[in-house]
Design a binder for this molecule. Structure first.
Ligand code: PLP
Length: 415
């Protein structure tokens, strides 16, 4: 429309990621493609069977299915589910939370939208407080989430070469300590989409202390993390206190369509999120909550995660790494250590073209990946590293992943 509102301009206009997604969608629709680009979780037959069994159980008890389908929950979420979340995290992780520390949202994307806009942006005092991403590359889905321009600030990591074509990003603590801007929150995904990095406990403790000293919360997006879906290949400590906002999701355990996000935070933040939910959604969807609350109570959810979900991804990740080491031989490449999430992040330090150009060439060869440049939002200056990386989703069919990696290797050798 003419004279677009600022909201329309911000959210209904063109965005880099929107165009990329359209392009990927069109490419997929135009025939047989090797899809290594999407964010869909893998299909795990044993897990799908468990969801089906639980749904059958609900359908066979008319009370249960009727009440899940036929009622709005409160803006905060379903009472049974919230009770189950509270006792689950107190039982297993000693969080010491009450019902007032939990809110349910329509997916964690929605939770992040509300959180970043509640915590970052211009305050009533006229001061603009930024959301700091202490390590990019970071989740592409945050990049366009704010109502205001120029709210996101991010820092480059330190790159640690681990040898054998592997490397790891580390928080640059010195640079972080130099930040002078007014901040509203710190935000990290752990495990990180797109890199598969898992910030160490020591890094989290450092960020926690930093945010406490600044009097701002630390948001930890735990969409892939412990204890569900547990797409996490190293041991970490899951901590919570009043200064941490822990965001979780049922998507990556295999229920993305139920749009269930869970936030554990202090009462003030939970109240704000519940009120926004009431205005924008009335209530969150009940199905995911209805399916899973008994599975939180009897620990089935944690066991599915540990015994089915984690091994599935660990195996796929190992296999894809082996394929890369085979087909990328002779190329200058380094893969970020795979510590969790659905992705492998590959850096080609001497790539003669940009990763965006590589994306286009690979698309012509029917291989779809995500070019890395989208994941470096919020940086104050250009960094050539951002044009040298690609993200590969390794959770698809083995045949697809294998053929895709082979073609990527051959294409780069030919450049
Ligand atoms: N956070 C991260 C790091 C993600 O990768 C995703 C989805 O890919 C989300 C949040 C949003 O997931 P959902 O809205 O399905 O919970």
């Amino acid at each position: 429309p003419k004279n677009r509102t600022l909201f329309t301009k911000r959210f209904a206009g063109k965005s880099g990621i929107g165009e990329l997604m359209d392009d990927l969608g069109q490419a997929m629709a135009s025939g047989d493609k090797l899809m290594l680009g999407g964010g869909n979780p893998g299909y795990i037959p044993e897990v799908a069977t468990l969801w089906r069994d639980r749904l059958n159980e609900m359908v066979n008890s008319s009370n249960e299915i009727d009440s899940v389908l036929g009622n709005y929950d409160t803006p905060q979420g379903n009472e049974n589910f919230i009770n189950s979340i509270v006792s689950f995290f107190n039982r297993h992780f000693n969080f010491g939370i009450t019902r007032e520390n939990v809110v349910i949202t329509n997916g964690s994307q929605c939770a992040m939208f509300n959180l970043l806009n509640i915590l970052g942006g211009t305050g009533e005092d006229g001061i603009k407080r930024k959301v700091l991403f202490p390590l990019v590359p970071e989740y592409i889905g945050y990049a366009d989430l704010h109502l205001e321009d120029d709210v996101f600030l991010s820092l480059k990591p330190i790159i640690e070469d681990l040898g054998f074509n592997r490397y790891k990003y580390r928080i640059d603590r010195d640079n972080l300590n130099k930040i002078k801007e007014n901040l509203g929150a710190l935000c990290v995904s752990r495990p990180t989409n797109p890199t598969g990095n898992v910030l160490t406990d020591d890094e989290i403790d450092f960020l926690h202390l930093f945010s406490k000293k600044r009097g701002i919360p630390l948001i930890i997006d735990n969409a892939y993390g412990a204890p569900f879906p547990q797409i996490l290949f190293k041991d970490i400590t899951l901590k919570w206190d009043e200064n941490i906002v822990l965001s979780m999701s049922l998507s990556k355990i295999g229920l993305p369509s139920t749009r269930t996000g869970i936030v554990v935070a202090n009462r003030e933040i939970i109240l704000a999120l519940s009120r926004v939910n009431a205005i924008t959604s009335l209530a969150s969807g009940s199905l995911g909550q209805g399916i899973t609350y008994p599975m939180l109570d009897d620990d089935r959810l944690i066991n599915i995660s540990k015994n089915l979900v984690k091994p599935f991804y660990q195996k796929r990740s190992n296999l894809t790494l082996e394929l890369m080491d085979k087909y990328f031989q002779g190329i200058d490449y380094k893969v970020h250590v795979s510590e969790g999430a659905l992705f492998l992040w590959v850096w080609f330090p001497s790539l003669p073209i940009t990763s965006k150009e590589l994306y286009t060439i690979l698309k012509e060869k029917n291989v779809l990946i995500i070019p890395g440049n989208y994941f470096f939002f919020g940086l104050k200056e250009y960094w050539d590293h951002s044009d040298q990386c690609i993200r590969i989703n390794y959770s698809g069919e083995e045949r697809v992943v294998k053929e895709g990696i082979r073609i990527i290797g051959k294409t780069i050798k030919g450049l």
